[in-house]
Ligand binder design. Structure first.
Ligand code: CAA
Length: 290
């Protein structure tokens, strides 16, 4: 079945990027969030990102305008009923996701594929909340979605080969590389990334070097575009703490346990770029101050 209409649940940092990427690839997109204010914020992020792509010469004004016109906002989950594919990018709370999947299962035709953008929660638990566990999979994007070329296609124990094949084709149509992986914590990227980021925080706790020294070491010594503290601030310390907790619950491996400094920074509200302060400080536009 060819995917034409895409539904997105959640218009936050990831949902807005996903909706935009789908619209730029020519899909009609309906995005659902809880209220008009959340929808307005999401459209603001899309407008900002499209403007950046135009400024960088990566998209024409006309293409950006057409993509924006293909995204429709709604507060009613029922408006996603005509979707061929729904991508859930709501809060990383398994009960919330299970409720959303159960509701989507009720309202969408049997052929609709239901996918989650979760970065760490078990896809099979969402699949089990539906009567179509063969048509549930993970579809994990990376921030900023407009620029990042990877999508992880997560095959749960129940996911059919047909569903995996449809999602592979979908990733290709988005112009991204879709890699297929098992439904294990962190899939591929976060499984490698999280212990590395936690290791950087432990190095800081031990006084190995200051954050900017460690960041420069990684950027200049490994050619990463961002150092670990820049990346932690960029993706959000609360998100990283949540992922570390999920990993530790699952593996009981000390290298996955959240370092005390991370826990305390989140408790203090130092969440990174979005809160104005993390390992570095940011102005209201999200630009680093020092
Ligand atoms: N929308 C559109 N375009 C954007 C953008 C956005 N949100 N963010 C950056 N860009 C574009 C810029 O316009 C620029 O385009 P040109 O090169 O054509 O001029 C390009 O991206 C580079 O941006 P900048 O020059 O502003 O800055 P940069 O060179 O430092 O790149 C970055 C920014 C792309 C974010 C880069 O630093 C990077 O790749 N960082 C690593 C990001 C990463 O690792 N993401 C994965 C996080 S893990 C995750 O998401 C999964 C999870 O589960 C938590």
């Amino acid at each position: 079945m060819a995917i034409q209409k895409v539904g997105v649940v959640g218009f936050g940092a990831m949902g807005s990027g996903i909706a935009q990427a789908c619209a730029q690839a020519g899909f009609d997109v309906t995005v659902r969030d809880v209220d008009q204010a959340a929808l307005d914020r999401g459209f603001g992020v899309v407008d900002g990102s499209l403007a950046r792509l135009v400024k960088a010469g990566r998209a024409t004004e006309a293409d950006a305008k057409a993509a924006r016109g293909r995204i429709r906002g709604t507060t009613a989950l029922g408006d996603l009923k005509d979707s061929d594919l729904v991508i859930e990018a709501a809060l990383e709370i398994i009960e919330t996701k299970r409720e959303i999947f159960a509701e989507l299962d009720r309202i969408c035709p049997p052929a609709t594929i239901l996918a989650s953008n979760t970065s760490s929660l078990p896809i099979v638990e969402m699949a089990a909340a539906t009567k179509r566990p063969d048509r549930v999979a993970g579809l994990h994007f990376f921030n900023p979605v407009a620029v990042m070329q990877l999508v992880e296609i997560v095959r749960a124990l129940t996911t059919s080969e047909e569903t995996v094949a449809a999602l592979r084709e979908f990733a290709e149509r988005l112009g991204k590389r879709g890699i297929v992986c098992k439904d294990t914590p962190g899939f591929v990227v976060n499984r490698l990334l999280v212990p590395y980021l936690l290791g950087a925080i432990r190095a800081l706790e031990e006084g190995v070097a200051a954050p900017d020294e460690i960041d420069d070491a990684v950027k200049l010594g490994l050619r990463h575009p961002m150092g670990p503290f820049e990346l932690l601030d960029y993706t959000g310390l609360d998100i990283n703490l949540h992922v570390a907790n999920v990993f530790y619950d699952e593996f009981k491996d000390p290298s996955m346990a959240a370092p005390p400094l991370l826990r305390r920074m989140v408790a203090a509200g130092h969440l990174g770029r979005k809160s104005g302060r993390g390992f570095y400080e940011y102005d209201e536009k999200g630009q680093r101050k020092r």
